[in-house]
Design a protein around this ligand. Structure first.
Ligand code: ADE
Length: 230
């Protein structure tokens, strides 16, 4: 087993690299990949840069070039569900692309022929995350995550995404990572901690809480890896 741990921004993986301590850095395809052995498990860690294209490239590279056999994503998200507050954790049950639109041809939002509106995450790792959460005394909410190449800071857009996809949170990478893992038959787990409410204050909230929320998510991911190593 080789586990890929992925984020989109440096803040999302630096708490993990700090915990791992020593690792080998490899430059590949315009990015840096960090490899280590942790509790007997091989890891490859990277942040992709923001958005669906960079996250697709990084997820694919981690699997096809570095040989990852499972992928865990750690990062922050904007809340859609009013039950999610800054710092809360959400684990994706399934993910969609909210900005994928060929409705002009009669297709639903988020759908292209040969694909599907939603991609489901690995059920086994979701079950493991529930055990980890109870051991940590933390609450994690399961829900639908919608992904798009937009930082959403607009109540109307956020509500549209919530209504159209039944989404509880939104971000900019999970849906594309899900497509890659699904196509390559790699079990994946997408965890996000809330940094903002995707409303008019979102950019201020994001700047204020990126680091602390990213740390919440990263700490949980490390415990997930601990559990997978048991
Ligand atoms: N990630 C965290 N907050 C977000 C937002 N409001 N829009 C898109 N991605 C995000």
């Amino acid at each position: 087993m080789k586990i890929a741990i992925m984020g989109a921004m440096p803040e999302e993986i630096s708490p993990i690299l700090e915990k791992i301590g020593t690792y080998k850095t490899t430059a590949y395809a315009g990015n840096s990949y960090y490899e280590a052995t942790y509790k007997g498990i091989e890891l490859v860690i990277a942040y992709s840069k923001i958005g669906k294209v960079f996250s697709t490239l990084t997820a694919t590279t981690m699997i096809e070039h570095f040989g990852a056999t499972k992928l865990l994503f750690s990062g922050v998200a904007g809340a859609i569900s009013s039950s999610l507050k800054v710092g809360d954790l959400i684990v994706a049950t399934k993910l969609s692309q909210h900005d994928l639109d060929i409705t002009a041809f009669g297709h639903p939002y988020g759908y292209v022929p040969g694909g599907s509106v939603f991609v489901e995450a690995d059920k086994e790792m979701i079950e493991i995350s529930k055990i980890v959460a109870s051991e940590m005394g933390k609450n994690i909410q399961e829900g639908i995550i919608a992904t798009g190449d937009q930082f959403v800071a607009n109540e109307e857009r956020k509500n549209w995404i919530g209504t159209t996809f039944g989404a509880d949170a939104l971000e900019m990478e999970g849906g594309s990572v899900a497509v890659v893992c699904n196509a390559l038959n790699i079990a994946f787990f997408i965890l996000r901690s809330i940094s903002d409410a995707a409303d008019m204050d979102a950019s201020f909230s994001f700047d204020e809480f990126l680091e602390s929320s990213a740390k919440e998510s990263a700490e949980f991911i490390i415990k997930m890896v601990d559990k997978l190593a048991d």
